[in-house]
Unconditional design. Structure first.
Ligand SMILES: NC(=O)c1ccc[n+]([C@@H]2O[C@H](COP(=O)([O-])OP(=O)(O)OC[C@H]3O[C@@H](n4cnc5c(N)ncnc54)[C@H](OP(=O)(O)O)[C@@H]3O)[C@@H](O)[C@H]2O)c1
Length: 259
């Protein structure tokens, strides 16, 4: 995709945070949008703020395959094509170092991983039939390595990175461009729950601009802010003895912060 102007883009997870800011940014750049998430009222109120015409709301829960199928049917009726699907839907429960309830862990797995497989199951055959498409999945720098106090969220983001890497190659023959978004800290309702200091945090508008720029470039990974993501990429390259030494320090400092 060389430009987003006049392109039909489906954003899943658009009712708040990065998705909401991205909808505003892409609409301002001339895209026509379908916006999805569970909160219908939030989506409808978002529509009233978007530049341009023809945008629609298609509420859904990513854990419900039928919801996604119905939303896809609604979008196909309203739009002549779907050029890009950007899936940002995710849940995050801060890990305070104590054992989380298993039912809460399963909720995160169900939305963050199960939800993406549900979306792919509906979108992939559509893109194959259409003969092209772009699928953008949202990981996180939290998925680069196993961070202290990162579970289960970080594990889901590691899985998404892995999945996006596989799909990037496997779907290329069908002219489907798979990309991965790897944000650092972004100020949204998701990070409001964090009690620790988040280094180099940016606002959702800056994240949205980085994503809107990234979807029209050829690079696989859209990562930001670069000053932070490069540090996190360095962590990946460290030998375990050094990596765990740093993580132990981070664990002890997080524990003393929360006393
Ligand atoms: N903020 C950060 O620092 C940061 C860093 C790295 C990665 N990320 C990733 O960026 C993406 C956006 O996060 P955000 O920070 O903007 O958080 P957010 O404001 O909490 O947005 C999450 C979005 O996901 C939707 N969602 C949650 N469960 C859903 C479900 N079952 N079905 C459909 N939609 C669902 C929410 O809408 P409803 O509640 O209306 O369903 C909301 O629109 C996520 O993938 C997150 O992991 C964020």
């Amino acid at each position: 995709m060389k430009t987003v102007k006049d392109k039909h883009i489906w954003i899943i997870g658009a009712s708040s945070g990065i998705g909401e800011a991205l909808a505003k940014e892409l609409a301002a750049r001339g895209a026509v949008l379908a916006v999805s998430a569970r909160r219908k009222e939030a989506l409808e109120s978002l529509l009233t703020t978007l530049d341009g015409d023809g945008h629609i709301a298609a509420p859904l829960d990513v854990t419900k395959h039928d919801d996604i199928k119905n939303a896809m049917a609604q979008i196909r009726t309203a739009f002549p094509s779907v050029d890009s699907v950007i899936d940002l839907a995710a849940l995050y429960t801060p890990d305070d170092g104590t054992l989380q309830k298993l039912s809460d862990i399963h909720k995160v797995l169900d939305v963050n991983i199960g939800g993406i497989f549900n979306v792919i199951d509906v979108v992939r055959p559509f893109f194959e039939k259409q003969g092209y498409g772009q699928l953008v999945l949202c990981g996180s720098v939290a998925g680069y390595t196993g961070l202290t106090r990162g579970q289960p969220y970080s594990a889901t983001k590691a899985a998404i990175m892995n999945l996006a890497q596989s799909l990037h190659v496997d779907l290329e023959p069908y002219q489907i461009d798979v990309k991965l978004i790897s944000p650092g800290f972004v100020d949204t309702p998701l990070t409001e729950k964090n009690t620790f200091k988040m280094p180099m945090i940016i606002d959702a508008d800056e994240a949205a601009r980085a994503i809107a720029n990234g979807v029209v470039q050829s690079r696989f990974e859209i990562h930001f802010p670069k000053r932070f993501t490069f540090c996190m990429k360095l962590l990946r390259m460290m030998p375990y003895w050094l990596y765990f030494r740093l993580m132990r320090k981070a664990r002890d400092s997080a524990a003393s912060d929360s006393v």
